[in-house]
Design a protein around this ligand. Structure first.
Ligand SMILES: NC(=O)c1ccc[n+]([C@@H]2O[C@H](COP(=O)([O-])OP(=O)(O)OC[C@H]3O[C@@H](n4cnc5c(N)ncnc54)[C@H](OP(=O)(O)O)[C@@H]3O)[C@@H](O)[C@H]2O)c1
Length: 216
């Protein structure tokens, strides 16, 4: 599959490397395709990866992945051009830093970042995913103590076919898709990211953990 990743930082770089190893073609949509850090990323991510300006990267892709800081997301989407009909994977979290409180959601309860993204990206089929864990788990989703269990990847979106596509992309890099419901359920997935962040960066500071589903 041709995948454009807008934002080639921690999340974009980790997902791009993992999907490239799984056989997908990756075009990173970046503001400076010739930058040294972009060249270093391409060298480590492999031959099936390239970099271009966001609109050029998105043009040739069936799936566009959004991995930008929340404050930059509206502008990044505008720079990505027409996304009508494309699957748009929203990995962002609408976080803000409040002195005395720390990281918290910039919006919630009656809206979500995922829904706001859908409003900004006319005609795109938005799926919220890859937002509830740190990038370390996208780079390597293998856990020696988990036996047969796979980490789950929560998905929220209104278009069933788009959600199935993103579920397959999650499966391709070692996750078990978990359908959290319509895009509105991004209101539940975004606070879930905060639970992960607080746990990962307190105490022993271990970002190498995810949620899994136990059933009987
Ligand atoms: N960090 C995590 O583990 C994690 C996990 C799940 C979800 N998230 C969410 O994922 C998003 C990205 O996080 P991150 O840690 O990957 O951030 P990051 O390392 O800071 O990378 C952000 C990327 O976005 C690019 N960017 C910024 N403004 C842009 C614009 N206007 N147009 C195009 N690209 C732009 C930056 O490019 P330049 O180099 O040009 O500035 C950079 O490559 C955030 O919303 C975060 O909340 C993060």
């Amino acid at each position: 599959m041709n995948i454009a990743i807008i934002g080639a930082g921690n999340v974009g770089g980790a997902l791009g490397g993992s999907w490239a190893r799984a056989g997908h073609r990756i075009s990173f949509g970046v503001r400076d395709p010739a930058a040294e850090k972009t060249r270093a990323l391409l060298a480590s991510a492999g031959a099936s990866t390239s970099a271009a300006l966001p609109a050029e990267a998105a043009r040739g892709a069936e799936v566009v992945v959004l991995a930008t800081p929340w404050d930059a997301t509206e502008a990044a989407l505008a720079a990505a051009g027409d996304l009508h009909g494309k699957v748009l994977v929203d990995c962002t979290n609408p976080l803000k830093f409040t002195p005395g409180v720390g990281l918290e959601l910039a919006l919630g309860f009656n809206e979500s970042g995922g829904e706001r993204v859908a409003g900004w990206a006319a005609g795109a089929r938005v799926v919220k995913a890859f937002n509830t864990y740190g990038w370390e788990n996208f780079a390597n989703p293998r856990y020696p103590n988990a036996a047969e269990l796979k980490p789950v990847m929560f998905l929220a979106g209104d278009a069933a076919a788009a959600k199935a596509t993103v579920g397959q992309l999650a499966t391709d890099i070692g996750f078990e898709p978990f359908d959290a419901g319509a895009l509105r359920a991004a209101r539940e997935l975004e606070p879930l990211a905060l639970i992960w962040i607080r746990r990962a960066f307190s105490g022993a500071r271990n970002p190498h953990f995810t949620w899994a589903r136990l059933t009987r």
